[in-house]
Write a protein that binds this ligand. Structure first.
Ligand SMILES: N[C@@H](CCC(=O)N[C@@H](CS)C(=O)NCC(=O)O)C(=O)O
Length: 250
């Protein structure tokens, strides 16, 4: 099979990508060993994908969008290493956990980054490309407005900060309970799509100092941080910054 080409928002600040769905597909590709190349979008990122969202994976003459659909496809391929559990119910649970991250955690991350006002200012500084000064403020305001409009459309943008923070704490508890004795979710002995998704979404809490509250809540849970590091290690990648797992952060 021809080499797959993954287009993602490029990584910085110790993460493969600032976008959790992009990071998840990157982890899954690294783990399964399908030959691939990772590229950043050229020009307007939205042109790289028929749905105007990244990640997008070019594979066998097709461009696949949406990280869950991409993992569905990768799971069905013969790859050097497979993450898919053999037992159908286990496979279903693996995918359901992935959806928990994609649908629940993803939007709480959007809220933390774009809806909380102090965090939104930091997000604009860290995530947007370096536009020249006169444009910068305008692009920043537009990005915040767009993100907040989407958050309201989804529903979460209408929630109070306390409600969203309570959701985040419950999600972290849920992950700790599902990890049990580990090493991976549901005490599985190798990572699956549930783990790629968790390890892509959880580090957004510590990413680039954008949400100090969320970073503290995650760092208070060293078992969860070590788990995220284990998923990256299984994909031959260094642990993300900010989880207290690297010696320079000790
Ligand atoms: N559900 C999609 C979400 C993809 C998505 O929203 N990607 C964002 C980056 S995190 C994006 O491309 N945003 C660009 C835009 O909205 O213009 C997936 O899992 O792939």
């Amino acid at each position: 099979m021809a080499e797959a080409v993954l287009t993602i928002y490029p990584g910085r600040d110790g993460l493969p990508s600032p976008s959790p769905p992009c990071t998840k597909v990157f982890l899954a590709l690294r783990y399964c060993g399908l030959p691939h190349r990772v590229v950043a979008p050229k020009g307007d990122p939205r042109r790289a994908s028929p749905t105007r969202r990244l990640p997008a994976l070019a594979l066998g003459g097709e461009v696949l969008c949406d990280s869950v659909r991409i993992l569905d496809r990768l799971e069905a391929l013969e790859t050097p290493r497979s993450w898919a559990p053999k037992e159908p119910r286990e496979r279903a649970r693996d995918r359901a956990w992935e959806l928990f991250a994609n649908e629940h955690l993803y939007w709480r991350g959007v809220y933390l980054r774009w809806v909380e006002p102090e965090n939104a200012a930091r997000t604009v500084r860290r995530v947007l490309p370096p536009f020249p000064a006169p444009l910068r403020a305008l692009v920043g305001r537009l990005a915040v407005r767009t993100a907040r409009r989407r958050a309201r459309g989804q529903g979460i943008g209408l929630f109070s900060r306390e409600r969203v923070r309570d959701d985040v704490l419950r999600a972290l508890d849920t992950y700790e309970e599902a990890l049990g004795e580990g090493p991976f979710l549901e005490e599985r002995d190798r990572p699956g799509r549930a783990d790629f998704a968790a390890a892509a979404h959880l580090p957004q809490f510590t990413y680039a100092g954008i949400s100090p509250w969320a970073a503290e809540r995650l760092r208070e849970r060293p078992r969860l941080c070590a788990y995220v590091g284990r998923v990256y290690e299984a994909c031959d990648l260094p642990a993300p910054d900010g989880l207290g797992l690297r010696s320079e952060q000790a």
